[in-house]
Design a binder for this molecule. Structure first.
Ligand code: ATP
Ligand code: MG
Length: 609
């Protein structure tokens, strides 16, 4: 990847460089406290211990100046941190000001410690490294050349006698600092060192920055891709992540078709409609595709390429595609297809890009496989529900037929019966009634799973339903001599549901309350309107639910041991209730203790009348 590509990538990402600039500004300020303070002991050693003959006063003054301007910069940074966000251009101004002042301070130190003889000249290299880390390569070169100009200019002025030259005792013996060979040697090496330093440092820094950008894209892509189980969403997010990470405008995902002989485009980004409709990719006709799939390795196709390697060379040229990167899409243990990025620029992709896209594709592959497995499970569940539905449907008609025949026989339409015969037929009738109830429950369950549609919901007055349900169940309440407490709210809560669904919810809950409460107990129904929802509590004073049964209450066919000993049932009612409540956007909760009654509360979102 060359520089302009790197810029494409970073432009679409939260820039690492601006964040870096803020962090580096602080770090640089801290370092300068040390460097500024370091001038004093260094000067003392040079003047008093090594007796180098340089004058300490101007050096001390420069040290003080460094500390002073650092204090001002420190104050400015503190203010910026309070008022500006990291993108603020003033952070960049601060960085340039810091480097500018350092350049002047360095020039002063060099001049006062011997000019071209000064060993401090090579300290400039540290500053050049810092500038290369802070700024882009061009700016870093600018600062390196400025350093050369400042040092070269100072030396020139000293040689010309315009500026007093400080001689360092014992450094140069017979050689004069005016000696051309000496000047050229020192300044030449300084120049080469500076330029090479900028080149090396900024190339390494640029690489690291690109890696950092890539990692954050990879991270964001992984999050986007794995946050959904919907196959189409996963595929679309993956192509977008690919295009963004590669900094190209077009990417696509092709999945191997069911016959294994071709690849179908499953998601595409940034491609023209005519290119997308070019036709299916057949492995026997596309050498590039078959090569990637059989080798399981990425492939870069760019520059002058043999047209025969492609199935659609004309379409490729018309689309203006000059470079293509193919990466196999591999999940756990099988190849699913190919991720492809392309560009209109020749020689656009590098090995580095191939490695990076392979990492993205690996994450995407797992997410795609998960979404596929989820889709298959959903389909299986639907098939199962449909199967249950058709079987129960077929079962219902002979049962209802048998029931009506039996009722006729019991009523004596087929001739007189003995008491014993009557008794047996009545028991048979009760069994058939139970069987019919079970079939109805199963039908409800299957119906709920397969085709409960939100658009079937209407705004319904909850109290109408509850009145109806209670009226219907009052016979059973009377039979068991149970007391009913029915608290109607002041208002008229409206919920969004189907009439039949709402009926079934409360027939089941109130029915259970009656069923699992001994004679003489109390059943209560309380409706409360809260902020955005309506809570309906169905309570009883019955046998209650053992603590260890509570978590399994809403699973198919589950019945608590105390309930089994108390009454017959199938254990499907609550499953149906829960599915219906959830299909209406609500939830159900239960509170109970064995032997102390139960309370089921249905929370439904309030709807507009
Ligand atoms: P059916 O499918 O015929 O309604 P069921 O009443 O046993 O049979 P659910 O209504 O699903 O099935 O209830 C499941 C279990 O939850 C019951 O078997 C019982 O153990 C417990 N349960 C439900 N309501 C109550 C209640 N009001 N009091 C005590 N236990 C209850
Ligand atoms: Mg029940």
């Amino acid at each position: 990847m060359d520089n302009s590509n790197a810029e494409q990538v970073s432009a679409s990402l939260p820039s690492t460089r601006t964040h870096e600039l803020v962090a580096s500004a602080r770090w640089l300020l801290k370092m300068r406290w040390i460097a500024g303070a370091g001038v004093f002991p260094a000067t003392w050693i040079a003047c008093s211990v090594l007796n180098l003959g340089v004058s300490s006063t101007p050096l001390f003054i420069t040290g003080v100046a460094i500390l002073l301007y650092n204090a001002l910069l420190w104050y400015w940074l503190g203010r910026l941190n309070r008022i500006a966000d990291p993108q603020d251009v003033r952070y960049s101004h601060l960085a340039h000001l810091q480097v500018g002042l350092d350049w002047l301070a360095m020039t002063a130190l060099i001049h006062f410690s011997g000019g071209v003889e000064s060993p401090i000249i090579f300290f400039f290299v540290f500053h050049i490294i810092i500038a290369s880390l802070l700024f882009d390569q061009r700016t870093a070169y600018f600062y390196a050349f400025t350093a050369l100009l400042l040092v070269g200019g100072t030396v020139a002025l000293e040689v010309a006698g315009r500026l007093e030259h400080v001689h360092v005792e014992g450094f140069l013996g017979t050689v004069s600092y005016r000696e051309p060979a000496y000047l050229v040697g020192v300044l030449g090496i300084f120049a080469v060192t500076s330029i090479v330093t900028v080149y090396l440092t900024s190339s390494i820094a640029e690489r690291l920055r690109r890696r950092e950008d890539q990692l954050s894209t990879l991270y964001m892509g992984a999050q986007a891709v794995s946050s959904s189980l919907d196959l189409a969403t996963v595929l679309n997010r993956l192509v977008e992540a690919t295009a963004e990470a590669m900094g190209v405008s077009a990417a696509s995902i092709g999945l191997i078709d069911s016959t294994g002989t071709g690849v179908e485009v499953a998601a595409a980004h940034g491609m023209s409609a005519s290119y997308l409709s070019k036709g299916p990719i057949l492995l026997e006709k596309s050498r590039v595709y078959s090569k990637v799939l059989s080798s399981g390795r990425p492939l870069i196709v760019q520059g002058e390429v043999d047209r025969s390697r492609f199935q659609y060379p004309d379409e490729k040229e018309k689309e203006g595609i000059r470079s293509i990167l193919y990466v196999p899409l591999i999940a756990r243990n099988r190849t699913l297809g190919i991720v492809r990025a392309h560009s209109s620029r020749p020689n656009r992709f590098t090995e580095d890009d191939a490695r990076f896209l392979t990492a993205i594709a690996a994450q995407g592959g797992v997410a795609i496989e998960n979404a596929m497995a989820y889709q298959a499970l959903k389909k299986l569940d639907l098939d199962k529900s449909q199967f249950v539905r058709s079987v129960t449907h077929e079962l219902r008609s002979p049962v209802t037929g048998a029931q009506s025949l039996l009722r006729g026989v019991i009523k004596g339409y087929a001739g007189g019966l003995t008491d014993r015969q009557q008794d047996i037929l009545k028991r048979l009738n009760r069994r058939l009634n139970k069987l019919e109830a079970l079939i109805n429950d199963l039908l409800d369950l299957a119906a709920g799973r397969s085709d409960l549609k939100v658009e079937d919901n209407r705004s319904l007055a909850l109290m109408d339903t509850l009145d109806r349900v209670i009226a219907r169940l009052s016979v059973q309440l009377d039979e068991k001599e149970q007391k009913l407490v029915y608290d109607r709210p002041a208002g008229n809560p409206i919920v969004s549901a189907t009439e039949e669904g709402l009926d079934r919810i409360f027939v089941n809950l109130v029915g259970n309350a009656i069923k699992y409460t001994p004679e003489g107990g109390t059943v209560s129904v309380q409706v409360e309107e809260r902020d955005l929802h309506v809570a309906t509590a169905v309570k009883d004073t019955g046998i209650g639910i053992p603590a260890k049964s509570l978590p399994r209450l809403f699973s198919e066919f589950y019945r608590a041991p105390n309930a089994k000993a108390f009454e017959t049932g199938t254990g499907l009612g609550l499953v149906i209730v829960k599915e219906l409540v959830e299909s209406f956007g609500g939830r159900i909760s239960v509170e109970s203790e064995e032997g102390r009654g139960a309370a089921f509360t249905v929370h439904l979102p309030a709807a507009a009348p």
